[in-house]
Ligand binder design. Structure first.
Ligand SMILES: Cc1ncc(COP(=O)(O)O)c(C=O)c1O
Length: 385
């Protein structure tokens, strides 16, 4: 039987994943410098408190609200500040599900969304699975990353429905500047586009520029529809609990929220336990984030220390987020380089090309990696490069 053309043609793993599976099957140890799952990175979670939050008596009651429990939305509004109200929020089971709802809300099959690249590769599939396509528009690096606003405007077609930005971006760590923000909202207003802003990493500013956009909730009444996405997976480093949210502002916000609630009502996918626990989990989150910030800073310091002996290699600024870009001479393709590191040094890194980083010059390392593994992996990478 023919399956939907929205699906990939095949499900074969790429060369890097296939090699990794092969090495692991052979029992060869691999130092993984790509880990983005915080529950496996040795952080000290307040386990008792998390369990208590998830086992309150009310988790046994089912009292669905298609927008999500008000107490959870109020806690999320407090977390964001910026005058955000519970009424401006829609709960989802994850940020990824939030994209699915927004693409259903905004597009018809064949429509497209614009995504500045490099960026998070999942957008491509999230859009395709809703019958849309994600068109990438390269950003450029000059001392820091910049959106190419002219190219974004030129790429907007009558079928473009939205622009998707990640603030700070994954994996470049680029925070939008305030001036980029105003240009974006103005462009979207002029061209009738919605602006989707993924702020899952907004609490992890490492080397933030002074003019960074700290929150897409900067304005109570932005000139275009603004949808901010975030969730517990990064805010509280609890991806397994599956809670995300969308904050809605700008022209048409009330109608957009009503339609989102209708969409969410078809699935009611957010579990009662996580909604009940959300206020307490958000109280516990700063302690977890603090540990993560220490880890990110320690690994960045190790990298800087190690790079002093390797003038041909450098790293890009990490304005925010959980990744660092290691820049190397473009002597071979990024993927070839990553395969060589895996096969010859037993170290797993992401090739920059996975994220559309230009020019075969980048490897992406996760700063979430345990500090000992990070130093050891780095030493092996630097020895081989
Ligand atoms: C930029 C970005 N958005 C969204 C997600 C997914 O978040 P969630 O677990 O809430 O779906 C990730 C996960 O790494 C991410 O990097």
């Amino acid at each position: 039987m023919r399956l939907s053309s929205r699906l990939p043609q095949g499900f074969e793993p790429n060369a890097l994943s296939a090699t990794l599976a092969h090495l692991r099957a052979e029992g060869r140890p691999v130092l993984d410098l790509t880990g983005s799952n915080p529950t496996r990175c040795g952080f000290d979670y307040p386990e008792e408190e998390i369990r208590a939050a998830l086992s309150q008596p009310s988790v046994l009651a089912y009292d669905p609200d298609s927008r999500g429990a008000r107490s959870a939305r109020e806690a999320i509004a407090r977390h964001h500040g910026q005058g955000l109200r519970a009424d401006e929020l829609q709960l989802t089971a994850s940020t990824s599900e939030g994209y699915g709802l927004l693409f259903k809300l905004l597009g018809d099959p064949g429509d497209e969304v614009l995504v500045p690249s490099p960026s998070y590769p999942l957008f491509d599939w999230l859009a395709r699975l809703e019958g849309l396509s994600a068109r990438t528009v390269p950003s450029y690096f000059h001392e820091r990353w910049h959106l190419d606003l002219g190219a974004l405007e030129a790429a907007a077609s009558p079928r473009t429905r939205a622009l998707v930005v990640v603030n700070p971006n994954n994996p470049t760590g680029h925070f939008l500047s305030i001036s980029e923000w105003h240009s974006l909202t103005e462009l979207c207003a002029r061209r009738g586009l919605a602006l989707l802003v993924d702020e899952v990493f907004a609490d992890y500013a490492l080397e933030p520029p002074a003019d960074r956009l700290a929150s897409a909730l900067l304005e109570a009444e932005p000139p275009c529809p603004v949808f901010l996405l975030s969730g517990l997976s990064k805010v509280a480093a609890l991806p397994q609990l599956k809670l995300g949210w969308i904050a809605v502002r700008g022209p048409g916000a009330a109608a957009h929220l009503e339609a989102l609630a209708f969409l969410a009502d078809q699935y009611l996918s957010v579990s009662a336990p996580v909604q009940t626990a959300a206020p307490r989990l958000l109280e516990l989150a700063p302690g977890i984030r603090q540990q993560i910030r220490h880890r990110l800073q320690a690994n960045l310091a190790s990298l800087d220390q190690a790079l002093t002996a390797h003038p041909r290699l450098s790293r890009l600024p990490v304005e925010g987020g959980w990744s660092v870009l290691l820049r190397r001479p473009a002597v071979d393709a990024d993927e070839v380089c990553a395969l060589r590191l895996l096969n010859e040094a037993g170290v797993l890194v992401h090739p920059g090309s996975f994220f559309d980083l230009p020019g075969d010059r980048h490897l992406v390392l996760s700063l979430l990696t345990g500090e000992g593994s990070f130093r050891e992996g780095l030493a092996r990478i630097l020895a081989l490069l």
